[in-house]
Every structure is written in C-alpha cells, then in structure tokens.
Write a protein that binds this ligand. Structure first.
Ligand code: COA
Length: 138
C-alpha cells in the first residue's frame, strides 16, 4: 500500500540513502542535513515522499523563488518504477506550486540522464534547448 505524504526532515537518512542509490541523482553540499532542513523550512508543504510499509520509495524535492518552481531529486526506487509513483509525486508538487501562484516549474536534468530525460518528455515537459544554464559559487 503506497502512502504519499509531505517530505519532512525526519526522513533525511532514508531519502539520502535513496538518492545515493539512484543513478541520475547528483548529491551536492546542498544535500547536507542542515541544507535540506533550511530548504524544507523555506518551502513548506511543497516536497513529497511515497512510502511503502514505512520504507521511502520515492521523493520529489520542490521549492520556488517567488517566480518559478524548481524540482530536485525526483527519484523512485528502481523496483517501484512504472507504477505512477513519480508522476503522483510531481503532480502533488505542481498542485502546491499552483496554489501559491507559481505557474511554471523547472527541473534540471543531466544531459546524459536518458532515463530522466525520457521521463520528463513522456510526462509532457518541454525540453528547453534554447537555454544555457550558467552557475557559479557565491
Ligand atoms: C524518472 C523516474 C522518477 C520516473 O518514476 P516512475 O515512478 O517510474 O514514473 P511513472 O511510473 O510515474 O511514469 C510516468 C509516465 O512516464 C513514463 N516513463 C517513466 N519513466 C520512463 C522512461 N524512463 N522512459 C520513458 N517513459 C517513462 C511512464 O510510462 C508513464 O507514462 P504513462 O503515464 O503514459 O504510463 C524514475 O525513473 C527515476 O527515479 N529515475 C532515476 C532518477 C531520475 O532520473 N530522476 C529524474 C531526473 S531529476
């Protein structure tokens, strides 16, 4: 029986374990416990997990900056894929963004992540090939 609920900081050990074991998910310094805690505090009610018998089998980390929504670490344990869990998690995030007046959401996918890329395309997301992402440390 799958249970969908808000992702809370108490899930940290389990979600980190899932992310570490999911190809296509990149772990960075932003995934430390204090960073995830701060992210969740700033973006309450936007991130979700799927649980099966107390074990977290899917995550979607979501936030917004007041203009656009962002999804991170949309990950479903491999043995649970293809059952609609990823889509349900993403839908919950989009619904919450919409309720907050955020009308567009974005997700960064590594160019070599074919599983992730195919998923977003199949789910109707627009792959922006006209945009380059520039980033630097603060
Ligand atoms: C991407 C991912 C989250 C999808 O999770 P999932 O629970 O298997 O997805 P769903 O079952 O909700 O699938 C939703 C739809 O996408 C399709 N889909 C899912 N994965 C797909 C893939 N790799 N290729 C093509 N279509 C795919 C499904 O067929 C389904 O279509 P339908 O609604 O018409 O049946 C999961 O494959 C995963 O964790 N991948 C590794 C991490 C990753 O790459 N994350 C995304 C980048 S951040």
């Amino acid at each position: 029986m799958h249970l969908f609920r808000e992702l809370v900081i108490e899930d940290y050990e389990q979600i980190l374990d899932l992310w570490r074991n999911t190809a296509g998910v990149v772990i960075s310094e932003s995934d430390s416990e204090p960073s995830i805690r701060a992210f969740l505090d700033r973006n309450q009610g936007l991130s979700f997990v799927c649980e099966d018998e107390g074990q977290i089998v899917g995550t979607a980390l979501c936030g917004h900056d007041g203009r656009r929504g962002f999804l991170y670490h949309v990950a479903v344990k491999s043995s649970y894929r293809g059952q609609g869990i990823g889509s349900a998690l993403v839908s919950s995030c989009l619904e919450q963004l919409k309720q907050r007046g955020i009308l567009r959401c974005q997700c960064m996918v590594l160019a070599d992540n074919t599983v992730g890329g195919r998923y977003w395309s199949a789910a109707g997301w627009n792959c922006r090939r006209d945009v380059l992402l520039y980033s630097r440390d603060t």
